[in-house]
Ligand binder design. Sequence first.
Ligand code: KIV
Ligand code: ZN
Length: 552
Amino acid sequence: MHKDPSKKYQPFQHAPKLTDRQWPSRTLTHAPRWCSVDLRDGNQALAVPMNVSQKLELFQTLVKIGFKEIEVGFPSASNTEFTFNRRLIEEKRAPDDVWLQVLVQAREDLIERTVESLIGAKKVIIHMYNSTSPAQRRVVFGKSKDEIKAIAVNGAQMIKDRLHRLKGTEIMLQYSPESFSMTEVEYAKEISEAVMDVWQPTPEHKMILNLPDTVEVAMPNVYADQIEWICKNIKNRDALIISLHTHNDRCTGVAATELGLLAGADRVEGTLFGNGERTGNLDIVTVALNLYMHGIDPKLDFSNLASIIDVYERSTGMTVPPRQPYAGELVFTAFSGSHQDAIKKGLAEWEHQKREHWDVPYLTIDPADIGREYREVIRVNSQSGKGGVAYLLESEFGIELPKDMQREFGPIANDAVDKLGREVSGAELKAMFWKEYVERVSPWALKSFETESKNGVVKCHAKFLRDGKAVDFKGEGNGPLAALVHGLTTAGIPRFEIANYSEHALSSGETAAAIAYIQIKSADGKSRWGAGVDTNIELASVKAVLSALNRL
Ligand code: KIV
Ligand code: ZN
């Protein structure tokens, strides 16, 4: 890298001079019109572009999500693209309220073929573009501003001249000054107005003016200024649908779109999970769910995000990164103990206190709304607190550790995880718990335990093993556990008392078994927890006492 980057790079040159900007004090209140460009911009950026059947499957998914405008391809670019268009139209795959959008450059042969690909369609958007930035004018075309404008005007005329061939088709026209955000706003306005002069949009029959952030080269506030400048200065604003099309080179494609909407845009183009050239297109899922988390209906349905990811990954060959907003595998995972604890409390409050609005720490939305489950993905590492450990045992196995026992087992689990040097799954955590408590059968182990009750007095006859040797004793008390404690003390065990007791049935997997948790306190003040599992609740309690004794 350069020690002095200013010798090679310069600040952004095309920020408009915007006085009295309005967008910073606005908020978003409704969803924009959405247009998916997955099948065109997303597809053109794939190492192996989608074949027709993959495109059909993704198209169907986009329709199901609720997209009403879908850029289906660049039909003049290849036979696959052309055939795809024809199949969509001839097999009537697009619902009546869905617009099929196609992209074309301002060239006669390409426009001719594009129009041919659309014959018989119900609703189409013909999207013409040409590059307008100083670098493109200079390097790619070697043409002046007027010559570049002539390309756009001629292309617009060629399209207009052919519209009569699409009888019975509802048509909308769209123009993109490609590289808009790197273009002088005055020139972008001039060339767009020249196209408008040809197409003659009206408030009743608008055209779409798409203003691409083809390569993101400035901060998102600059893009917002550019959009507001155009909205304020372009003629016949009310005859236009202003559309945003951002890419993500500086990782602010979402921010640029959101600020662009504040600045007055009506429509957003993007792709699922941001697939697209280089660092990608705008991720529409994120913008839509950002609206949703503020209580705004995004008019797109991501209730089953997992199945959408499935189709997306299968058809594009791309993967959704684990930290992708909303969609990533780890988005609803909390690793830190304090986060886990707060989430657990927040979810409990949400479930039991019926608050009006979602306000759970660390979870921006309820994962269930998009078909996700917080409890599926939580894992425990050495930093997880007792709350996270307890939550995992309870949510995955229905093991409800008493609060005080959580305090005892939390650090034990953390130590074990620390030694492993990695995070552990719920099953591994349960195995640790079983090893520490339920499988503690030395020195004391149960052989048999029988009770009989008469006049409120319970007598027990216990057969235990102590270090493998049989021990047989009797005891009595006002219940089985009191009889056991009494019997054990007569067998020479130093006096102890039962300080805490709880039990519950275990959920599936441990058919009809119960688990008992018991805390004992010895005369010298030491206390230990024990746990026992058995199909007989009395035996589960006895095992829990022995487990605690074995840990004393
Ligand atoms: O990024 C871009 O500028 C485009 C245009 C063709 C709209 O994809
Ligand atoms: Zn693009």
